[in-house]
Design a binder for this molecule. Structure first.
Ligand code: HEM
Ligand code: HEM
Length: 239
């Protein structure tokens, strides 16, 4: 798949002539964010409130595992704005960003700003741990995580406790995430919600040097992620 370098078109309707919209989030990263949002919501509701049968929780979990595996791979070979390199900010960059974070002006950051990157990293990490622990959950009913029976009982019990407890830090972080993006909208007058759920284009004051990737490279990553998940499903009891 040839790399595409986007030359963004000026958006004539913007009031400030120096501001343009530029593509920053590729379609696959946006799709993975849609899926993470929906699946996390469904998994939280089904796990915490016991809504729906347990097999549905487990299959939604397989869905989220697939998306997270895709996201891990996309961080290695995807668009520049999705790369792990852009999610591990140096402390000096975080410090340099703080004045911008607390100013009432839009930051117009071309991708994850250093503080947002840190929160994305922790969110992805916690989701991964939650999903991994789900694979080893033991219950009193007929259901259990697909790999639970393959591990010693003490490990299973530790994972079951972890899976039960981790819902709270995850929920807290999602609330912080939502507060941050809505604070950007309300206080800094910068809408970063529409781009990540919509066309991926941010209003910036200069053209970013970003490679936007997709195509066969992305679909192969999805396929590998689905194959790895299928392997886990195959290893366990299928409900
Ligand atoms: C972000 C993802 C997930 C969230 C937020 C989540 C949340 C929860 C919660 C809150 C519970 C109830 C725990 C308790 O009552 O002590 C639960 C139970 C469970 N989860 Fe998850 N879970 C997730 C992913 C997964 C995954 C990936 C799997 C396995 C593929 C899984 C398998 C299970 C099982 C087997 C139970 C026990 C259900 C029962 O007691 O009948 N979960 N989950
Ligand atoms: C309706 C609810 C949500 C809204 C409005 C929202 C909004 C956003 C926005 C605007 C960004 C881009 C940040 C930027 O511009 O720098 C983003 C990124 C991100 N969000 Fe959300 N989000 C929502 C739900 C969630 C949930 C439930 C999770 C996880 C459980 C989540 C995890 C992430 C992650 C990991 C990123 C980084 C994207 C990546 O690199 O993959 N979001 N979100």
């Amino acid at each position: 798949m040839a790399k595409r370098k986007h030359r963004a078109k000026p958006n004539q309707s913007r009031p400030t002539p120096s501001l343009r919209t530029y593509p920053v989030w590729d379609a696959h990263l946006r799709a993975s964010h849609w899926l993470i949002t929906g699946l996390f919501g469904a998994l939280f509701l089904s796990g915490h409130f016991g809504l729906g049968p347990t097999w549905l929780h487990i299959w939604l979990g397989y869905g989220l595992i697939t998306v997270l595996l895709f996201r891990l791979g996309w961080g290695l070979i995807g668009s520049d704005s999705a790369r792990w390199g852009s999610l591990f900010p140096a402390p000096s960059r975080i410090m340099a960003y703080l004045p911008l974070l607390f100013s009432r002006q839009p930051s117009r950051w071309p991708g994850h700003n250093p503080v947002g990157a840190l929160s994305a990293l922790v969110l992805i990490g916690l989701l991964l741990i939650q999903c991994l622990s789900g694979l080893f959950v033991e219950t009193w009913s007929e259901y259990r995580g697909p790999l639970a029976e393959r591990m010693p009982r003490s490990f299973m019990m530790a994972m079951t406790d972890l899976h039960s407890v981790l819902r709270w830090p995850l929920l807290a972080l999602v609330i912080v995430h939502l507060t941050a993006v809505f604070a950007y909208l309300g206080l800094k007058r910068e809408n970063r919600i529409r781009p990540i759920f919509g066309n991926g284009e941010l209003i910036l004051d200069r053209e970013p040097t970003l490679e936007i990737r997709g195509g066969r490279r992305a679909w192969t990553t999805w396929l590998l992620a689905a194959a790895l998940t299928a392997l886990v499903v195959w290893l366990g009891p299928v409900y």
